[in-house]
Ligand binder design. Structure first.
Ligand code: IVH
Length: 666
């Protein structure tokens, strides 16, 4: 059985990683079935890392929060050549005279970052980036990705006791397009980009859903490894390849800025021909000891830089300027464009934001305009490039809401329809938002359905969605028995939503996914969120006076309160979550060494006051070391373990980021 597993793994690797299969699918399937049969016959010889165990874990309620083996920092980024030159100067200064830096250049993949941890060659954990220190344990989902070895290949290199790698989960553009077509065909909201779709697939609670999506992982960094002395990034990449992973293509060395610029330009030119999204290149210092010497700021390593591409641009014509009324009543002018492909994505509309933006750019119907799109960011109109001879007068925002006829008012640059409860456009927006992916994720409740419900007078407030029966739905165009039953069941299934999703779904002003999560974690139950005072709300990290006012305003407004009550009366019971002991996030352990400008106890106290912990010794668990003058063995140890090293000023910056501060004794 072990031999058969090795054989299957070898063919899997040849097929999925190296793209040069030696056998046909039939032969592979036959080997696979034989192994399955044997494992069924001898269950005691089955193994969790068998290739037959890539799918089939039971759905989870939630993801566990897992600390990374080493912090997953993000990258400093720029679009400017001058910044690249300055980066190169900093590196040269750090290396000292006489040492020429060597850089490694790679494509910057636009996917979802992931940490893969192998113990004695076996995949034991896969963790999303999260906040960089800890992320969500998505091991079951990552196991379903065929290109990720469940056990390291050891033909060329033995498996270390511990190996933590960093890579990017991506969905190839061709797979993404097919996937979205499938979603559209069943009336579901398509994903905005391959990156969103990859990230969404990785965060499915049911790993069978992830298994049904075609994903791949490209690995580009060794986060930590036991007993394998690596001295350069190139060696690391080679080791990663030997252990059986796919690595980004076209990794190259550079010794000067000019070489970096050439590589950047070449990749930019080839970008449209790639089957995966990249948004720039990454430049990294190759020498690992030089990297350790340069260290990191609170957010990113000093030895690497993302050199991004300029957004893709095209020229097209504004055919019409339309007004869209959102769920909050804001009137947004939208340019309906002659459809044009921008880097493979058809663009036919672009938001013009508001009255002032429109006036500033002086955009009018019939104008030829330059548009741009960066990743999945909504396309923008950059500027007018040409106007018609018979150009119409400047566009004026309407004085009445195009959806309900109510007189609009101006709120700063925005134009707003005040008819919050009776404007059909706002209601449509609320329904779509209620069922959206980040809210209650109700399959079958998309834009078309929401419009139909409102236009036909079936739904006049959110709660009435739950009164729709199968028969009633079947009277509508586009609903047959199956789809009507499916929607009613989908609505029924949302009656015990996760608390944060319910908070998002309500559409409380200022409350997006992040704030909703903090609220849920800090208060635990819906009633406690609802009853929270402004002071209590502001005690939650990330919530300021503006938000607390909006939240309290929402729950105390008689009409929104009644709409919420109506939902609860339909039997919605948001699931309570365990309240984290303190409202403060765990910021990790800091260690201080050397001479710093304040007594050490003061610095330690300041860090603990914002939710961190402190320790006297450096270990793999240390979040960062603050090193003053004459730092000694602790600094060496931190550098060896890859623990970020901050100077005192950087520590103060980090403290302030978390709402703390320190009095300097000088
Ligand atoms: S290196 C500490 N290399 O870009 C440096 N990152 O903020 C580790 N990314 O979230 C990152 N392609 O997930 C590196 N070839 C590449 C990359 C890459 C994509 C992502 C990474 C990170 C983001 C930058």
């Amino acid at each position: 059985m072990e031999k058969l597993r090795a054989e299957i793994n070898r063919h899997g690797h040849l097929y999925h990683v190296e793209a040069r299969p030696e056998v046909t699918d039939d032969v592979y399937d036959e080997l696979f079935r034989r192994l399955q049969a044997w494992e069924a016959q001898y269950p005691e010889l089955s193994s969790p890392s068998s290739p037959t165990h890539r799918v089939g874990a039971d759905p989870q309620d939630k993801f566990e929060t897992v600390e990374h083996v080493a912090p997953m920092l993000s990258l400093d980024s720029t679009q400017e050549m001058d910044d690249v030159r300055r980066f190169d100067e900093r590196v040269r200064k750090a290396l000292g005279s006489g040492v020429e830096p060597v850089y490694i250049m790679e494509p910057k993949l636009d996917g979802a970052s992931i940490e893969l941890v192998y113990e004695h060659g076996v995949l034991v954990r896969a963790v999303t980036r999260g906040n960089g220190r800890a992320g969500e344990g998505v091991t079951e989902n990552i196991r379903t990705i065929a290109g990720v070895p469940l056990t390291l290949r050891t033909e060329e290199r033995p498996a270390p006791a511990l190996l933590a790698l960093r890579g990017e989960v991506i969905m190839y553009i061709s797979d993404f397009q097919r996937f979205n077509e499938g979603l559209r065909a069943v009336g579901q909201e398509p994903y905005a980009s391959p990156r969103n779709s990859a990230a969404g697939s990785v965060r499915q609670l049911d790993s069978r859903v992830t298994a049904s999506r075609k994903l791949d992982v490209l690995v580009y960094d060794v986060l930590a490894v036991d007993g394998v002395p690596l001295s350069s990034d190139m060696e690391g990449v080679e080791a990663i390849r030997q252990w059986g992973f796919r690595v980004p293509e076209r990794i190259e060395r550079a010794a000067s800025c000019d070489e970096v610029f050439r590589y950047h330009a070449a990749f930019d030119a080839d970008r449209d021909g790639l089957d995966y999204e990249i948004d720039g290149i990454v430049i990294k210092l190759d020498d690992l000891s030089a990297r350790r010497a340069m260290g990191a700021t609170a957010h990113h390593p000093r030895w690497a830089l993302a050199f991004k591409f300029a957004p893709r641009q095209e020229v097209t014509t504004i055919e019409k300027i339309d007004i869209q009324v959102g769920r909050t009543g804001v009137l947004t002018p939208v340019a309906l464009l002659r459809p044009v492909s921008v880097g493979g994505v058809m663009v036919s509309r672009a938001s013009l934001h508001n009255r002032e933006e429109l006036r500033r750019k002086d955009l009018r119907e019939g104008d030829r305009v330059r548009i741009q799109r960066a990743g999945d960011v909504i396309p923008q109109v950059v500027e007018v490039v040409e106007t018609r001879a018979d150009r119409p007068p400047p566009f004026e925002m309407p004085s009445e809401c195009p959806a309900c006829g109510t007189e609009v008012y101006e709120d700063g640059p925005r134009t707003v329809c005040p008819n919050r409860f009776r404007c059909p456009a706002q209601l449509k927006g609320r329904i779509i938002h209620f069922g959206a992916r980040s809210a209650l994720d109700i399959e079958g409740l998309g834009e078309e359905t929401a419009n139909m419900f409102v236009d036909r007078g079936l739904v006049s407030e959110l709660a009435e969605l739950f009164d729709l029966g199968v028969e009633r739905l079947m009277e509508l165009d586009g609903f047959a028995e199956t789809s009507a039953t499916a929607l009613v069941e989908a609505l029924e299934a949302t009656k015990t939503p996760e608390l944060h999703r319910f908070l998002v779904a309500l559409g409380i002003p200022e409350v997006g996914v992040t704030v909703a999560r903090s609220l849920a974690e800090s208060f635990g139950t819906f009633d406690r969120v609802r009853d929270a005072t402004r002071e209590e709300l502001e005690a939650v990290s990330g919530i300021g006076p503006r938000m607390s006012e909006a939240i309290v305003g929402y729950f105390t407004d008689v009409r929104t309160a009644a709409a919420v009550d109506a939902l609860l009366a339909r039997g919605i019971v948001p699931v309570a979550v365990e309240v984290v002991a303190s409202n403060l996030p765990d910021l990790g352990a800091a260690v201080f060494t050397g001479a710093i400008p304040v007594p050490r106890v003061v610095a330690e106290g300041a860090w603990r006051a914002v939710g961190g912990s402190t320790s006297g010794a450096v270990s793999k668990k240390t979040a960062f070391l603050v090193a003053g003058d004459n730092a000694g063995s602790k600094l060496e140890k931190a550098e060896k373990l890859g623990v970020p090293v901050l100077d005192f000023d950087e520590f103060v910056v980090r403290l302030r980021e978390h709402g703390g501060d320190i009095e300097r004794g000088d």
